[in-house]
Design a binder for this molecule. Structure first.
Ligand SMILES: Nc1ncnc2c1ncn2[C@@H]1O[C@H](COP(=O)(O)OP(=O)(O)OP(=O)(O)O)[C@@H](O)[C@H]1O
Length: 496
C-alpha cells in the first residue's frame, strides 16, 4: 500500500497541469478518481488502487459536457473515440469510450450549483484542449453561428442501410457532440438537389450527406444552381459513408493518415471528423459536355473500364461493396478497348488562362483554361499520341471507392487532376494485378508500360468509339466529347 505522502504525490497535479481535481466514480459513488488535465491528455488516477494512471489522449475526444443527473448530482462526461483493434477487424478503428465522473466538492448549502459550475468548467477546458492547433482549415465552430446541420440521408443507398447507420451511430455522436441537426430523408433522384437549391442556407452550419457519393454530387450541383452560388458553395459539406462506393469518405479518412478502415469503422471515423468540424477547402472540377451541360465534380471522371464496372455493378447492388469486385471480374472477361483522343494541360504549366477562355453567359467559376470544343486545344497542352484506351480515369481525391486508392498522393485541395490512362494491348492479367495493387495505392509501382499517370489542371476527352459509358462522381453522364478544369478550393469540406 502507498504511503499517504506518496499517494498524495502520485495523485497531485503534475507539472504543466491545466487543472487538477478529485471526482467520485459515477457508478459506485466512492471517491476514487484524481483527474489531471494537461495540454494534450486527461490523466485518470484511481486513488484507491496502485494501478498506473490512465492517459486519455484528448485528440480522441469528441466532446465533453457537464450535466445534472437524476440524483441531482453534477456529472462530467467525456466522450472519447480512440483507435482500438477489434476482434475480427483488419486493423484498428475508432471505438466509443464514455467516461463519467461525479463531482465530489463539498458545497455550501446555499450554493447548489457549485458542483455543476465546476463540472462545466472542466468540460469547457477539455473541449478547448481538443480544439488545439490545426495546420490546415478552420474549425466549424469558428465559422458557424450555432444553427445546426442539415443531414441528408438516402435510404436506398448502398444496401439500404443508411437509416439504420444513422440510428446506430450518427444520431448519438451528434448528440454527444452537442451539434443540433435536422434529418432529411430523400425520396427520389434529384430530391437532395432540389432541397439545397431552394434551402434557406442561413439556417445551416453544414450540409451533411449520409449516403454514397451520388447524393453529395447532387448537393454540390444544387448549390451551384443557385443564383447566390458563390456564397452557397462556401457552405461546409460533410460526408458520412452510407453507399457502397463511399470514395470521398474513404479519401477523407485516408487524409488522417490512419490505417484503412471499412464499413461501420469508416462511418465512425467520418462521424468523428464531422463532429470535430475542421473545415478544409475542397477542389471542384468543372466538366463541360458536348450538349452544353455543365457539371461540378469533386471526385472523379471515368471512361472505359472503370465507368463500365461502376454502371454494370448496379445490378449486383444487394451484395454491397462486393458488387465492384464481381463486376470487375466480369468486365475483365470481356475487356474492351475504346478509340478516342485525350489531351491535357500539365500541372506544371504556368498559364493562368487561355486567350479566349470559356466564360460566356455562365459566370460561375469561369473555365479560363478551356477553349470551345470545336477549336483545337491550346499549344501548351499535351496531346496523347495513343488513341486506344482501356480506361481513362481522372481522380480529384485519393480513393476511387472504399477499397481502391487510385491517387494516394491526392489531397482535398491540391488543385490537381490526377490523370491515369491505360492504353490498348494491356493483358487481362496485368489489369487484374493493377487493380489488386490499387487496393494499397501501389499500382504505379508495378511499372506497367500501358499505365500512364500525369498531373493536370485541365483535360479534353473525345471518344471516337460510338458507344460507351462515362461517369462523373460515379454517376452516368451523356456520352461524348467533354472537357474539364479544376478550380482549386472552390468548395468547403469537413475533413481531416
Ligand atoms: N429515396 C430514393 N430512392 C431512389 N433513389 C434515390 C433516393 N434518394 C436519392 N436517390 C438517388 O440515388 C442515387 C445514388 O445515390 P448514392 O450515390 O448516394 O448511393 P449509392 O449509389 O448507393 O452509393 P455508391 O455510389 O457509393 O454506390 C443518387 O443519384 C440519388 O439521386
Amino acid at each position: 500500500m502507498d504511503e499517504p505522502g506518496a499517494l498524495h504525490q502520485r495523485n497531485g497535479p503534475a507539472a504543466g497541469a491545466r487543472m487538477h481535481g478529485q471526482f467520485t466514480d459515477a457508478d459506485t459513488g466512492r471517491l476514487t478518481h484524481a483527474l489531471t488535465l494537461s495540454d494534450s491528455c486527461l490523466t485518470v488516477q484511481n486513488i484507491s488502487s496502485s494501478s498506473p494512471p490512465e492517459h486519455l489522449d484528448l485528440r480522441d475526444c469528441l466532446w465533453s459536457r457537464a450535466h445534472r443527473g437524476e440524483d441531482q448530482d453534477a456529472y462530467l462526461c467525456v466522450y472519447l473515440y480512440p483507435y482500438r483493434r477489434r476482434w475480427m477487424a483488419w486493423g484498428p478503428g475508432r471505438q466509443r469510450d464514455e467516461r463519467r465522473f461525479r463531482l465530489a466538492l463539498r458545497t455550501d448549502d446555499n450554493d447548489e450549483d457549485a458542483n455543476l459550475r465546476e463540472a462545466e468548467r472542466w468540460a469547457r477546458a477539455i473541449n478547448s484542449v481538443g480544439r488545439a492547433e490545426h495546420a490546415h482549415g478552420v474549425l466549424l465552430s469558428e465559422v458557424r453561428r450555432p444553427r445546426g446541420m442539415m443531414v441528408l440521408v438516402n435510404p436506398q443507398s448502398g444496401q439500404g442501410q443508411a437509416m439504420a447507420l444513422y440510428n446506430r451511430h450518427i444520431q448519438r455522436m451528434l448528440t454527444e457532440a452537442d451539434i443540433p441537426h435536422t434529418l432529411f430523408i430523400t425520396e427520389r433522384q434529384n430530391h437532395a438537389r432540389d432541397l439545397v437549391r431552394s434551402a434557406d442556407l442561413t439556417q445551416w452550419d453544414a450540409l451533411v450527406v449520409l449516403s454514397g457519393d451520388g447524393l453529395l454530387f447532387e448537393v454540390v450541383n444544387g448549390l451551384m444552381d443557385r443564383p447566390d452560388w458563390e456564397k452557397a458553395i462556401q457552405t461546409p459539406l460533410g460526408i458520412l459513408p452510407g453507399g457502397s462506393g463511399n470514395a470521398l469518405a474513404a479519401s477523407v479518412h485516408h487524409y488522417t493518415r490512419a490505417s484503412p478502415v471499412w464499413g461501420e469503422d469508416l462511418l465512425t471515423s467520418c462521424g468523428f471528423l464531422l463532429c470535430k468540424g475542421l473545415v478544409s477547402k475542397l477542389d471542384l472540377v468543372s466538366i463541360r459536355l458536348a450538349s452544353g451541360a455543365r457539371l461540378f465534380s469533386f471526385l472523379s471522371l471515368a471512361w472505359g473500364f472503370v465507368a463500365d464496372v461502376d454502371i454494370e455493378s448496379e445490378r449486383f447492388r444487394p451484395i454491397g461493396a462486393l458488387r465492384f469486385l464481381l463486376s470487375t471480374l466480369l468486365s475483365l472477361a470481356s475487356l474492351r478497348v475504346y478509340q478516342g483522343k485525350l489531351a491535357f494541360l500539365p500541372a506544371e504549366s504556368e498559364r493562368e488562362s487561355s486567350s479566349a477562355g470559356l466564360c460566356g453567359a455562365d459566370t460561375r467559376l469561369p473555365d479560363r483554361l478551356l477553349v470551345p470544343l470545336e477549336q483545337p486545344v491550346p499549344q501548351d497542352w499535351t496531346q496523347v499520341e495513343e488513341q486506344e484506351f482501356v480506361l481513362v480515369l481522372a481522380m480529384f481525391q485519393a480513393h476511387l471507392d472504399e477499397d481502391l486508392r487510385a491517387a494516394p498522393d491526392a489531397r482535398v485541395d491540391d488543385g490537381l487532376i490526377h490523370l491515369f490512362y491505360v492504353t490498348g494491348g494491356v493483358s487481362r492479367l496485368m489489369m487484374l494485378r493493377l487493380f489488386r495493387a490499387m487496393q494499397s495505392g501501389k499500382h504505379l509501382d508495378l511499372g506497367c508500360a500501358h499505365l500512364v499517370y500525369r498531373r493536370a489542371r485541365a483535360l479534353r476527352l473525345e471518344p471516337l468509339s460510338t458507344a460507351g459509358v462515362m461517369t462523373v462522381d460515379g454517376e452516368r453522364v451523356e456520352y461524348g466529347p467533354l472537357q474539364a478544369q479544376v478550380h482549386r478550393g472552390a468548395a468547403r469540406l469537413i475533413s481531416a
